[in-house]
Design a protein around this ligand. Structure first.
Ligand code: HAM
Length: 420
């Protein structure tokens, strides 16, 4: 039989790592709450057309990376490659955009058929926010301040902010033409990927990492020169708020993002530490997307953090206590098993913070005591055949003692939780 293996690019997150994941998730959630964002949980599967329309059919995500399939009735479905489209669909479907301001957050697995490498997986995890109904630059600044607060809480100082404005759809269209003309004039210098992008999505040529293309890209016309006054003013106000709040940033006029829905502000938090996959958190404004999907005109902006990339950076971030048990309960025979299980339940009921493992192995006492020691528990307890319970101190040299069923609750509370 073939060896069992997870799907390529889809990693298990094992017990040694889950405390760090929990720590990240809880820290980020706490910051989301500080800014009044509410959680939304969305399906992992959506109709394929939602992503094709929202993200754009010429983007890499839609053209090459979606996990799409037909269900049993032939409906085209896709594992979500990102969270924004689903959020927009839900808002239109449930009518929660209409004349309302919404600040939402979500988290979960996303799927993209990319070539797996360090920091790039086929199943990866995002935590993101989306704010709806706010058109001015204040909310752009809020999202950036919120993300900066997350990095500060995690003690990360190796990330920096890049900002750009893509303008209104009209500016983007004008820029697209200028860029297409420019790259056409230099067609012989384009690599094969860029040649493919030239007709459909010339902005994406700016994203090329190909070394031979860099001089050409550096000399390309800038979107900044095409911005209409409205977008230029929005951007200037945003940078002024950031300056006032001590947020450092670089304006990168070549930051175009890999999804087509953006208008005006786009930003990425990048790191130089993790090699080629340098964006840890990315987002921007998408003021046209809701209307394009049949909703009322609703300004919107959001971002998503890639948790795998964040985790790779935050090696010094604090850890949650692993779920080390306080007490390991040894079973001798007699007493009968029902009494043994009942005592375990009584203790859990009386002391809700108590983490107690009841040994269910039926192994020898010697082997149970070994397991108790390995579990990291502070105490091993063993009900005897009368009302007594033997207590062994696993982490210090105190002599073992006995308590009866009534005394033990008080004893455990004192011993384990009196300073907590
Ligand atoms: P995105 O730039 O495609 O934007 O992804 C956001 C973040 O997800 C990236 O910066 C990266 O950290 C992480 N990420 C993306 N692909 C992978 C991968 N294959 N493996 C590991 N991590 C990955 C979006 O998804 C937009 N929905 C963000 C947004 C929200 N814009 C507005 N609202």
């Amino acid at each position: 039989m073939a060896r069992l293996q997870a799907v390529r690019g889809m990693a298990d997150i094992l017990m040694a790592d889950t405390p760090r994941w929990r720590y990240l998730e809880e820290t980020i959630q706490a910051v989301f709450s500080q800014y009044g964002y509410q959680e939304i949980r969305l399906p992992i599967v959506e109709k394929t057309a939602l992503f094709t329309n929202a993200i754009g059919d010429q983007t890499d995500i839609v053209a090459k990376e979606m996990y799409s399939f037909d269900d049993r009735r032939g409906a085209g479905l896709t594992l979500r490659p990102e969270g924004t489209a689903g959020c927009v669909r839900a808002g239109i479907e449930h009518g929660f955009f209409h004349n309302q301001i919404q600040r939402l957050w979500y988290q979960g697995a996303m799927f993209r058929y990319e070539r797996p490498q360090q920091g790039r997986q086929r199943q990866f995890h995002q935590m993101g926010v989306e704010a709806f109904g706010l058109a001015g630059p204040a909310i752009d600044a809020e999202l950036i301040l919120l993300s900066a607060r997350i990095f500060k809480k995690l003690n990360l100082d190796n990330v920096r902010l890049e900002l750009n404005s893509l303008g209104l759809a009209s500016a983007r269209l004008a820029y697209r033409q200028i860029l297409q003309d420019y790259f056409k004039d230099h067609q012989t210098q384009l690599d094969s990927d860029s040649l493919l992008r030239l007709a459909q999505n010339p902005l994406r040529i700016l994203d090329s990492k190909e070394p031979s293309m860099q001089a050409l890209i550096q000399a390309a016309p800038l979107i900044t020169d095409c911005l209409e006054p409205e977008s230029a003013d929005h951007f200037a106000q945003l940078t002024a708020i950031l300056d006032d709040n001590g947020i450092a940033y670089t304006i990168n006029p070549r930051l175009v993002r890999g999804l087509d829905y953006y208008t005006k502000t786009v930003f990425e938090w990048v790191t130089d530490a993790a090699g080629a996959q340098n964006a840890v958190c990315a987002g921007g404004r998408y003021d046209n997307l809701i209307e394009q999907h049949g909703g009322k005109n609703t300004p919107a902006i959001g971002f998503a953090i890639g948790l795998e990339r964040l985790l790779a950076l935050s090696t010094h971030a604090g850890l949650l206590d692993r779920a080390v048990p306080h007490v390991y309960m040894i079973r001798s025979d007699p007493p009968p098993i029902a009494r043994y299980m009942k005592l375990a339940e009584t203790l859990r009921q009386a002391l809700p913070q108590l983490r107690l493992i009841a040994d269910c192995s039926g192994a020898s006492l010697k082997s149970q005591f070994k397991k108790a020691d390995k579990s990291g528990a502070t105490l091993a307890i063993m009900p005897l055949d009368d009302d007594q319970i033997e207590i062994k101190f696993l982490r210090d040299n105190q002599a073992q003692i006995q308590k009866n069923h009534t005394e033990i609750i008080h004893f455990l509370a004192q011993k384990l939780f009196s300073e907590e």
